[in-house]
Structures are given as C-alpha cells and as structure tokens.
Ligand binder design. Sequence first.
Ligand code: ATP
Ligand code: MG
Length: 321
Amino acid sequence: MRILTGLQPSGKLHVGNYFGAMKPAVELQGEGDSFYFIADYHSMTSGQDAEALRTNVRELAIDFLACGLDPERSVFFRQSAVPEVNELAWILSTVCPMSLLAKCHSYKDKTAQGIAANHALFAYPVLMAADILMYDANKVPVGKDQKQHLEVTRDLAVKLNEAYGENTVILPEPIIREETETVLGLDGRKMSKSYNNTLPIFGDEKKSKKLVMKIPTDSTPVEEPKNTEGSTIIALYKLFANETDVAQMITDHQSGGFGYGEFKKRLAEAYWDCFAPMRARREEILADQGYVEDVLKNGAERAREEATKVLDRVKKAVGLI
Ligand code: ATP
Ligand code: MG
C-alpha cells in the first residue's frame, strides 16, 4: 500500500490541517510506503509573494517534521522538486472535460472570496490528480473539503485507463476520518487559511490562547444552562481533551453556573497543551541547521526516482515514447 498527501505552504499550519491531514498521515507511516509533500506549485494559485513562498515552504517543512513526519519512514519533498508532475498534469488535462472542473466547489469558494479566477486555480484539481497518480498512491488522507478533488482524480484515472489501457495509472482512495473531516474555525465555518479563522499550531502562546476568547457565543446568563448543540467550543474541545473532560464540559454547560469565559479558558488550555510535544520537537529541529534542507533534498531524489518510473509507463502508454 502506498499513502500520499500534500499540504499547501499558503500560511500558518492550523488545527484543521493537523487533524484532517497531518495526524492521519503521520499515524499511517509504516503501514506502507508513504510520500508526503509540500504543495508549493498549488499555493501559487492564491498568492504572488516570492519571499512569503520561500518562508512558508521552510516553515511548513519544519512543522511537518515537528508533528511526527519521520524521514526514515517517509519520503518528504517539495512538489516543485519533481517538475515532471507538470508533464503528467498535461497528459491528464487532455482527458479532462471542462465541465468536470467547472463543478468544483473549491474553485467557486475561493473566487467568491476574491481570489483571482486564474487558470491555475481552475486547473488545480488536474495538477492534484497528477500529484497522486504520479506516485501510484493507493490511499490519500485528507479533510472532507478535498473529497470532490479526489473524485476528479479518480475520474481522470478512469478516463486515462479507458483511453490507453487498463493499468496506465492506479486508482486512489481518500481516507477521511469522520470525527475530524471538517474541523470548525473560530467563526463556526470550516477552519481555513483563506478564511482567517484558524487556530495555529505553532503560534505565540498569549496570542493563540486569546484567539479562543474570540469565539462568538450567545448572551445566556452565567447561572443558566447553555446550549450544547452546534457549540464550536465543545466541537473544538473534543479534539484536544480526553473523554472525561469532554463529558464534564457538557455537564457544566447543561447544569448552568459556568460562563462561556470559563469554557473558553478550558479550551485554550487543552488546545495549548495538546501541541506541547510538537513545540519541543520544533525547537530541536530549529537548532539543527541544515537538517531540513537535507531531508527535503534526499526526499526529492527518492520521489523523483519513483515519479520517473511512473511517467515513463504513462508516456509509453499514450504514445509519447
Ligand atoms: P487554503 O485555505 O489555502 O486552501 P487550507 O487551510 O484549506 O488552506 P490546505 O493546504 O488547502 O489548507 O489543506 C491541507 C490539508 O488539510 C487538506 O487535506 C485539507 O483537506 C485539510 N484541511 C484543511 N482544512 C481542514 C479542516 N478545517 N478540517 C479538516 N481538514 C482540513
Ligand atoms: Mg484548502
């Protein structure tokens, strides 16, 4: 079995990225080959700042390693270190109906928020399909927002195989964990870098905890019972706290006598404590100059070797070789 996932270096790593993609990816290491990458080409679809891109790639690499990516067990690389992925994307785009891309929610959501409707943003799912098919990946851990893109990947794989032969590329499947398929942001929408509603994993302690205090709540008086249905505080608390503490939080909502401020304080503590081991690991990585570069360089070589094999097979099948 081969597992693959990618994260965009488009801003600070957040709790949604961690539970939706990174944690499952880290936990699946050793259950097969794993290929994890920093999607730098993809992040160019939503911003044009060269310095920010360079910084974000480095930061995300450190973050991923701090969160448990083990370069001994996984191939870790930058997407652009394997430029062959663009060749495969081109080949896939020749079997991709325009209507398939026009249906994608992610494109519609992002342009609705004011991100420029450029061709790359529209064609994003084709490059993503190439990312996955390039490595013969079987399983792709992602959040629910990527479900549709995975369906596009599968559609394109089927079309390519129908046109050029059954085993030209391998059909992948998403791994979406129900409990964390859509982690809520501070405003109750999906937590997302582009919505500015995130809880960072490696932020400043005071500022990060303060963000929790911004979660909107109703004006139920302290002494009265509080609504637990659809509560963002409880939904987030479930990610960080053990069952007993979650049960206590729910009971305290129902009994009354506690204000939202108290609940937010508990949430802020649990959130901060959850990432203590990752913060410690991050400090160690930062102290080891050159480590991250070495890991990415080595990963790029291994990824490229694999990608070249697959691309060769595809090019033979389509008649380019
Ligand atoms: P952007 O807003 O720039 O698209 P993002 O916050 O959605 O950024 P991505 O880099 O696009 O982050 O996503 C990386 C991975 O994290 C993907 O697998 C995605 O499904 C997952 N993910 C992102 N947000 C959430 C969330 N709120 N809940 C669960 N998974 C998420
Ligand atoms: Mg996204």
